[in-house]
Design a protein around this ligand. Structure first.
Ligand code: ZN
Length: 159
């Protein structure tokens, strides 16, 4: 069976950056299972998997525009420490979610200089070209329920 819209696909993958550093990988015997065509994966990876079948191996490099987008400088801002609650410990790399007029946003602390805290609202992988080594483990048709919910059902599903 070939991967198409509404296929449920299991893949093993290793994600590296352009220097070959491993950023993420599926665990041994624990493939990532996703619903094809529902935006569950980054666009570049879904595109590369279209028409593939179980047992296929692929090696694909994905530009930021087809992955997590370009970095947006305006999403980096300095805020005063007072903005955080009294006694709130702050450290580099800490993540917070906050609400903005444009909707919820996740930010990461990228610098702390005295009372000035730098928050970065970009996705940690924004602006990076991503390299995936993928093996297609299995392909099946999605069930009616899965299509309705836009995700795969199985072990661990909260229904
Ligand atoms: Zn569901």
């Amino acid at each position: 069976m070939l991967i198409a819209t509404n296929s449920v696909v299991a893949i093993h993958y290793t994600l590296t950056d352009t220097e070959g550093e491993v950023l993420d990988a599926s665990g041994p015997g624990q493939p990532l299972v996703y619903l094809h065509g529902a935006g569950n994966l980054i666009p570049g990876l879904e595109h590369a998997l279209l028409g593939r079948t179980a047992g296929d191996n692929l090696s694909v490099s994905i530009a930021p525009s087809d992955a997590y987008g370009e970095r947006i400088p305006d999403l980096v801002q300095q805020v005063p420490r007072d903005l955080f609650g009294e006694g709130q410990e702050l450290a580099l790399g800490m993540r917070f979610s906050g609400n903005t007029p444009q909707g919820p946003i996740n930010v990461t602390i990228t610098a702390i200089e005295g009372d000035e805290i730098t928050l970065d609202g970009n996705h940690p992988m924004a602006g990076r070209t991503l390299h995936f080594e993928v093996t297609v483990d299995a392909v099946r048709k999605a069930t009616e329920d899965e299509l309705l919910h836009c995700h795969v059902h199985g072990a661990g599903c909260q229904h």
